[in-house]
Design a protein around this ligand. Structure first.
Ligand code: ADP
Ligand code: MG
Length: 465
């Protein structure tokens, strides 16, 4: 018995950890994920404390100072027991598995002739991000053309500096350039500025800085994503500056992305800013509704080709998503994925209400869309009861049950706490609310017809909002 439950615990832990990793990937992007998160393992939970295994002290320190809060946050959502995180460093594991293969191998001794072939540069490019699946609209037209131009004629703009806020397609364009150039014999290096720093610090530790310099300075094309990352990091900036200068002196192409314009970068030396602005600076703006919709439609098509199966999302839902998720294409696509995934699991075409239900947590984060009063009104009219009776202290079944349904839905569809819900039902106690939720869940589990009834009410409420 004990063994089974221990096994169960481990598999839950692994599952939760994978889910947290996924969320971190969504939050910070693939690069950060691959650099810091991917190889971290969850070991155990002991007295409220989650133990993670990392491979080096450096990685641990980095995670602690950058991602630990978020990790805890995400983990607690899945398992509220956990209140702290601790780390174990397993260097041997690291060395034995040499899991570090997707990092430039500075120890091969061979010169850099084969940057492209050592699996490094090419591997880190995401082959799915191409020009052909980048949807062009007014907001990204300039950046798109410039990127295209550079990939056709190196040095045309040098450096090319693309900026815009998160999730608007910078990394996509940078990868598109890289994927295009991969077809040539040019030596390309593509990496995030964060990775650049990681490599650099590592080379210092390994007393290998010369090799680091050689690798970078011999590239024909350097594509550096999210340069804002080096702000405030003096030593890395210094190194970047030298790399940058020697590359441009050799007529090598440099392409950079950033979350803001060179001028708006703070804690970056002025001479670097001015070099960054020395070529072409273009921005990507937020997409308008037409572009958002087109991006969603394209993504559905891609999914269809990829899975060889029709994506069952109707235009009503696509418009809804395009209208609600305006600020980041990444978030918007994440939402679409969620609905697609859910429709696959349930093997049905979701209705708009289904979609709202699936996105309930996100929607209620953005605004409290449903009030307890809305729920009460609908339940009352559904069961054809006078509101006064409904809110009274009467306990007869035909009134008490709808009341419980309303409490249950209040918990499900709003972000209100149990005591808050209780208060809205003429000052009932939170334990009454708990009891109601339990009761309704039991009844739903036991009675399909009742389950359908509650679902129906819930849909009606969502539809009204
Ligand atoms: P950024 O690097 O600016 O934060 P990304 O390039 O990572 O943003 O884009 C986030 C997501 O949105 C990616 O999946 C990307 O493919 C997608 N995306 C952004 N803009 C477009 C576009 N115009 N067409 C197609 N997909 C896009
Ligand atoms: Mg990016």
């Amino acid at each position: 018995m004990k063994i089974t439950s221990a096994l169960q615990d481990t598999s839950d832990l692994k599952k939760n950890w994978s889910e947290v990793q996924l969320k971190l990937k969504e939050t910070y992007g693939v690069d950060v994920f691959k650099s810091w998160i991917q190889n971290v393992e969850a070991k155990e939970i002991n007295h409220n404390s989650l133990t993670l295994i990392v491979k080096t002290r450096f990685v641990r320190d980095w995670i602690v100072s950058h991602y630990a809060d978020k990790i805890l946050d995400f983990f607690q959502k899945l398992n509220p027991v956990v209140t702290r995180i601790q780390f174990e460093i397993h260097e041997s594991f690291y060395n034995a598995k040499s899991a570090d293969t997707n990092i430039v191998d500075f120890n091969t001794g061979s010169k850099i002739v084969n940057i492209q072939d050592n699996g490094y540069a090419a591997n880190r490019l995401d082959h799915r991000l191409t020009f052909s699946n980048f949807v062009v609209g007014e907001s990204n037209q300039l950046a798109f053309s410039a990127a295209k131009r550079v990939s056709e004629s190196l040095g045309h703009y040098n450096p090319l500096f693309i900026y815009g806020s998160v999730g608007l397609g910078k990394t996509h364009l940078l990868n598109a350039i890289g994927n295009e150039l991969k077809k040539t014999d040019k030596k390309i290096i593509y990496l995030s500025a964060e990775r650049f720093m990681y490599q650099f610090v590592k080379s210092i530790k390994n007393k290998d800085t010369q090799k680091f310099k050689d690798v970078f300075r011999n590239a024909d094309v350097l594509i550096l994503d999210d340069i804002q990352f080096i702000s405030g990091k003096e030593v890395t900036q210094e190194e970047f500056f030298y790399t940058f200068n020697s590359l441009t002196e050799n007529q090598s192409q440099v392409i950079i992305s950033c979350d803001r314009s060179p001028n708006d970068l703070d804690r970056i030396q002025d001479r670097i800013k001015s070099r960054l602005s020395g070529g072409l600076v273009v921005d990507i703006q937020s997409p308008d509704i037409a572009l958002r919709l087109q991006i969603l439609k394209n993504r559905c098509k891609t999914e269809e080709t990829y899975f060889g199966k029709e994506v069952l999302i109707n235009d009503e839902i696509l418009s809804f998503i395009a209208n609600e998720f305006k600020s980041s294409v990444r978030d918007m696509l994440g939402v679409l994925n969620r609905i697609i995934a859910s429709s696959r699991i349930q093997n049905k075409t979701p209705t708009l209400q289904d979609a709202k239900m699936i996105l309930k947590d996100l929607l209620s984060n953005m605004k409290a869309i449903i009030s307890i009063e809305d729920i009460q009104k609908l339940v009352v009219s559904y069961y054809n009861l006078p509101m006064a009776d409904f809110l009274s202290s009467r306990r007869s079944r035909h009134i008490a049950r709808p009341r419980q349904v309303a409490m249950y839905l209040a918990k499900k569809l709003t972000t209100k706490s149990l005591p808050e819900i209780g208060r809205k039902f003429t000052g009932r106690d939170h334990t009454t609310v708990i009891h109601a939720i339990k009761k309704i869940e039991e009844l739903m589990a036991a009675d399909k017809k009742f389950e359908y009834e509650v679902q129906d009410i819930s849909n009606k409420i969502l539809k009204n909002n």
